[in-house]
Design a protein around this ligand. Structure first.
Ligand code: ARG
Length: 460
């Protein structure tokens, strides 16, 4: 028989390339802590069944703690025959406490329930320890900037054409809103992924009647997966997490795209700090928004992580098949990319300079054409009619070569519609335009401050 953990029925050696092709340790070592923790609780379950003595359990737990120290200190020595994190840890346990005892830890367990237990623990820990804090950090800086710069006005766009004046804080608050929804969505996913597959065995269940609720509780899961076949073959939590990442990256990508436009010389609304820009090897004057372009570009790779794994998953018969090992690299790539993107976006937002004068100089009177229509609505004219009249005012000003609808005289206005009166000129005020939009969700100061408070209260 060969050296492999499963080598009993084998007489031939594995092809060396097959060993590499099959091995997942180069990337699944990341789950070492979850794997050791899973074994710690699982063996406590075995002890409860009388399958391990108290003394054996204590030895096992000591050995597991030692292995954890080795991994933590980057001193774990990998053996060429190690296939994955599960076999590596068990091999090492045998070396530390002796194979007689170590050989008992896998009783009733399969790598099929083991690997997915590890994965669920790993995902839960990354969500709690990395993603939640990083995402909250991003929302926090958006809120902080939005509060601090609430007096700055800028053009709001539809079709990338100047549309209506908004507060810069309204733009910030809009992305804080997307990211807060991402935060809440992640919380829902966390609840679903935090269920225990441990004790399902290879697929059919546990032959010694292990207390699966005890295992679940010991590992911090909120429930037990109710069917052993589902327990070992379900990877929906990975798909969901990667879809979540894809959606987040879509938000980040659009956020980055806005800022890329805003920091062109043509717009000049913002300036990125040196910390998040790079230069050109050829053109000495260049300051490129590489951080933002990468935020936009990396959204594609996270999308690829999701779709690639979905392709692997779709044809797999129940229950565990080795195809499933292909879940890890895209998952890890997605999680790392998403977390780093959060941190970079946070850095970009907290360090950029806002060019208030440039933003406000870009506001043009035609952006108040809606307000002019609203002026007549307040005098009782139906909006469809006022829309038309206001359009005529824009066209007339343009035809006369005037620098804006505010340059038409009262007489010219009254020629277009006699219901115009001298008070119409009060319409041409950007500050008043935004302040009128004080209904919930609008760009008035009070409405934005309410939005920001509301967002804050939704984050843990
Ligand atoms: N390394 C495998 C994975 O990542 C887990 C082992 C299960 N392997 C098996 N042949 N049953 O999915």
């Amino acid at each position: 028989s060969t050296q492999k953990l499963w080598g009993g029925r084998f007489t031939g050696e594995t092809d060396p390339l097959m060993h590499l092709y099959n091995a997942s340790l180069p990337y699944d070592y990341k789950m070492y802590k979850a794997d050791l923790e899973g074994t710690r609780v699982y063996t406590a379950g075995l002890q409860k069944l009388g399958l391990l003595t108290q003394a054996e359990l204590a030895k096992i737990h000591e050995g597991l703690a030692e292995i954890k120290q080795e991994w933590d200190a980057d001193k774990f020595i990998r053996h060429p025959n190690d296939e994955d994190i599960h076999t590596a840890n068990e091999r090492r346990l045998g070396e530390i406490i002796g194979r007689d005892i170590a050989g008992k830890v896998h009783t009733g367990r399969s790598r099929n329930d083991q690997v997915v237990t590890d994965l669920r623990i790993y995902c839960r820990d990354v969500v709690n320890d990395n993603l939640f804090p990083a995402l909250k950090g991003l929302v926090d800086v958006l809120i902080k900037r939005a509060k601090g710069e609430i007096n700055i006005l800028m053009p709001g766009y539809t079709h990338l054409q100047r549309a209506q004046p908004i507060r810069w804080s309204h733009w910030l608050s809009s992305y804080a809103t997307y990211f807060t929804e991402d935060y809440k969505r992640l919380d829902q996913i966390l609840h679903r992924l935090n269920q225990s597959p441990l004790g399902a065995g290879a697929l059919a269940g546990h032959p010694y009647g292990i207390d699966r609720e005890f295992l679940a509780e010991g590992l911090g899961f909120n429930s037990v997966i109710g069917n052993s076949m589902v327990a070992v073959s379900d990877r929906d939590f990975i798909v969901e997490l990667m879809f979540w990442g894809t959606l987040f990256m879509n938000h980040i990508s659009r956020f980055a795209e806005d800022l890329i436009i805003y920091c062109t010389a043509e717009f000049g609304f913002i300036q990125l700090s040196d910390a998040y820009s790079t230069g050109s090897s050829l053109m000495p004057q260049k300051k490129n928004a590489d951080s933002l372009e990468l935020l936009r570009g990396k959204s594609g790779r996270v999308f690829g992580d999701l779709t690639g794994f979905l392709m692997s998953l779709k044809g797999i018969p129940s229950t565990y098949d080795k195809d499933m090992q292909e879940d890890k690299e895209p998952l890890f790539d997605c999680l790392t990319t998403v977390e780093h993107s959060m941190l970079i976006a946070t850095g970009v937002i907290s360090t950029l300079t806002v060019k208030k004068e440039k933003m406000e100089a870009s506001l043009t009177m035609d952006m108040l054409a809606t307000d002019l229509a609203d002026y007549l609505v307040r005098k009782g004219v139906p909006f469809r009619e006022t829309h038309h009249i206001s359009g005529e005012c824009v066209a007339t000003a343009e035809k006369l070569g005037l620098d804006g609808i505010d340059k038409l005289t009262l007489e010219q206005y009254q020629k277009i519609d006699p219901r115009f009166a001298g008070d119409l000129f009060a319409t041409f005020n950007f500050e008043q335009s935004v302040e009128r939009r004080d209904a919930t969700g609008g760009t008035a100061k009070s409405a934005i401050l309410k939005q920001l408070d509301n967002l804050k209260s939704q984050l843990k």
